[in-house]
Design a protein around this ligand. Structure first.
Ligand SMILES: [Zn+2]
Length: 389
């Protein structure tokens, strides 16, 4: 997995003489297309870039060794499981970094430029990929973990006591007693399951919970969950733990998380616009977001997949500007022109531990410039006491 230190190195990389190659490989989902199609598309792209290099002259030509190396990789990518891949390379500076990534990139893509394209990484750093999925009924429970798009079954319980409880006793005299015992044992079963789930949050690193069960189970099971686990509950789907396959559980949980994520993002957009209009903790539009980034105000950066704006960056002091000027307004050193400030902004956000939220197509978000930020504080309003940590 790519780390913040890696991002730092990549974001600071600038090659005025050579040529920085950025390559993203996103496997397409079977069965829509075969893996073979992925590699054909990829080879086409690289071959086109090689041909363009021949025409464009020396700067693009210097990327040719890297492009050939990527071309050689393409067959191996097919057998790389369901992982995505990123390569950042510059042969002129003897630079080559490659990373396996979760398969959540927007698409396979290749860029040749003076800097690396980091914007697609926003989709990797968006949200949390590590979830616990518990599938429960009165006598059985199964606990799964979903991490980087892969589901693994971790535990499989059967409440043996309840089973026996049901088979003994005979209607009439003993029935009430048996019923009570079954109830207690069910409660005990739910407690054991809840305990097991908590373990996945304390030690397992899970950050979201999804529960699969029927409605009548939920009202009994939910109160048994620890408060801090319940706070991480994404939602619930209906499923029978006895018959559900791993694949079914994965699909139902993933779809639920996707829906909730979409809903959360819609609410965030409305919220950040409201805050910005009240002069509160919201910044909308590129100009304001850049200012907030430099003031260290940003808690969460929201950027659209379609965001694109030219600008300049000073690789000396790090200043980014949407006004195209030859020198940096902050330190006077030469600026580098960027076709898209999005790469520099995403790099900055990841480096500084700013939460990234990647917005898909959204008309409301388009209207505010496809970029916004939730702020921790506002430098122009804050007294030290008001600064949130
Ligand atoms: Zn500067």
């Amino acid at each position: 997995m790519i780390t913040r230190a890696d991002i730092q190195e990549l974001a600071n990389f600038h090659s005025s003489e050579g040529c920085a190659v950025t390559f993203y490989y996103q496997p397409t989902t079977p069965p829509n297309r075969s893996h073979r199609d992925d590699t054909i598309l990829l080879k086409d792209r690289v071959n086109n870039a090689l041909r363009e290099g021949e025409k464009k002259g020396s700067q693009h030509k210097s990327a040719q060794p890297d492009l050939r190396r990527i071309l050689e990789m393409s067959d191996a990518l097919r057998t790389n499981g369901r992982k995505a891949k990123a390569v950042f390379a510059c042969a002129a500076k003897d630079f080559w970094r490659e990373f396996d990534l979760p398969a959540t990139l927007p698409k396979t893509n290749l860029f040749l430029n003076q800097h690396f394209h980091l914007k697609p990484l926003a989709s990797i750093f968006d949200g949390i990929q590590h979830a616990c999925v518990a599938v429960v009924d009165r006598t059985k429970a199964r606990v799964f973990e979903i991490n980087d798009g892969v589901i693994v079954e971790k535990l499989d319980f059967i409440n043996e006591l309840s089973r026996r409880g049901r088979s003994d006793g005979w209607g009439g005299y003993d029935a009430g007693h048996v019923e009570r015992r079954v109830m207690n044992e069910t409660l005990q079963h739910f407690k054991v399951v809840s305990e097991a789930i908590s373990g996945h949050f304390q030690n397992g690193g899970c950050e979201k919970l999804v529960v699969g069960c029927h409605d009548d189970i939920w009202s009994e099971f939910e109160p048994q969950l620890h408060t801090y686990v319940r706070q991480r509950l994404v939602g619930r789907f209906r499923v029978d733990p006895k018959t559900a396959t791993e694949n079914e559980v994965h699909q139902l949980a993933a779809e639920l998380m996707r829906q909730r994520d979409e809903q959360r993002k819609k609410e965030m957009i409305t919220d950040v616009i409201g805050e910005a209009h009240r002069n509160g903790r919201g910044a909308i539009g590129l100009r304001r977001v850049l200012r907030s980034l430099e003031a260290g105000e940003v808690q969460t950066l929201m950027i659209a997949s379609s965001f694109n704006a030219p600008g300049v960056k000073c690789y000396h002091c790090g200043h980014m500007d949407l006004h195209i000027a030859p020198t940096c307004v902050m330190c006077g050193k030469p600026n580098a022109q960027l076709e898209d400030l999005g790469d520099a902004i995403v790099g900055h956000a990841i480096r500084h531990g700013i939460e990234l939220v990647y917005i898909g197509d959204d008309q409301q978000f388009d209207r505010i410039g496809r970029i916004a930020a939730q702020l921790r504080f506002r430098a122009d309003q804050s007294t030290p006491a008001k600064v949130a940590v």
